[in-house]
Design a protein around this ligand. Structure first.
Ligand code: NCD
Length: 293
């Protein structure tokens, strides 16, 4: 079974959510439309709907995370699921239990869904291949490979602010090489029919042959930002950089930092996004991070 169809059941419905790659536009539109119907839930006095009542969701986080773990936990609770948070570094796998034995144990407790964050690319696919048939797996970020839920949240934000994708120029700026978020965003944006997707960054932080994904590459910040409608900034993923890919953070900011001055090259009503965590003064000036865009 290939990576891309592992997530679909024989009827073509989403069984696991592992990557955007391999999904077709109607599926992405449907996810965005369903999300739209839940927008009001967090703003009500009673922040709950019964969609997942009786279901048990397990957050399996092998890599530390605060924002992603808490947002998954909150989402599951607001949909009325029971939620278990398992921090793997302190769990039985550190006592020598194998990952699959641990998963089978959770299956025996009748859990329904695993949300997986792992430092290795392919981890969520591996788990999806080995779980019992009644379990669904959601990839909450695997290595440098994919982060489909972050990308869908970003598509949702873009659609709400900008409407139709076929009118838009979108630039993704920074450490594309180490970014699972960027890869998923590129697949989502191109599948949704975005007019132009650009990636901007130093040559050392842009993967070889990325043009084959349908993007235009810019090594100059100002040229790349010219007339774009959406600017997506990425964090410099220092923890994933083996050698010296960058001169210094100061010089990086001079060349690729988003400031009021560089942002002025984008369309006047361009929006600025960042998946977080933000490194102020490294990829983005505080004036922009705290600004109205
Ligand atoms: C990102 C991640 O972990 O992939 N954060 C997130 O999930 N929102 C991006 C990052 O770490 O820079």
């Amino acid at each position: 079974m290939t990576k891309s169809n592992l997530q679909l059941d024989p009827e073509g419905r989403l069984k696991h959510f592992l990557s955007i790659e391999g999904l077709r536009r109607p599926m992405l539109d449907e996810i965005l439309d369903v999300a739209e119907s839940f927008v009001g839930v967090g703003e009500k006095t009673v922040k709950k709907v019964p969609l997942l009542r009786g279901k048990t969701v397990v957050n399996l986080f092998f890599e530390s995370s605060t924002r992603t773990r808490t947002t998954f936990e909150l989402a599951a609770k607001r949909l009325s699921a029971d939620v278990l948070n398992i921090n793997i570094s302190t769990s039985a796998t550190s006592k020598g239990e194998s990952l699959l034995d641990m998963l089978h144990n959770l299956e025996a407790m009748h859990c329904d869904m695993f949300v997986v964050r792992h430092a290795d690319s392919g981890a969520a696919h591996f788990i999806a291949r080995h779980v019992a048939p009644h379990i669904s797996v959601i990839n909450a970020g695997d290595g440098r490979h994919a982060h489909p839920t972050q990308a869908m949240l970003d598509m949702f934000t873009i659609r709400r602010h900008k409407g139709e994708f076929h009118n838009l120029r979108v630039a993704i700026v920074g450490d594309i090489l180490h970014s699972r978020v960027a890869r998923s965003q590129i697949h989502a944006l191109t599948t949704l029919g975005t007019a132009e997707v650009r990636v901007i960054g130093p040559q050392t932080l842009i993967p070889q042959n990325i043009e084959t994904l349908g993007v235009h590459v810019f090594n100059d910040m100002r040229a790349g930002l010219q007339d774009v409608d959406v600017v997506i900034m990425l964090r410099l993923q220092r923890e994933r950089m083996a050698g010296a890919l960058l001169p210094s953070e100061h010089e990086y900011f001079q060349l690729f930092g988003l400031t009021e001055e560089t942002l002025a090259h984008a369309a006047p009503d361009a929006i600025v996004m960042h998946p977080g965590p933000i490194n102020r003064g490294v990829e983005m000036a505080s004036e922009v991070a705290d600004g109205p865009r």
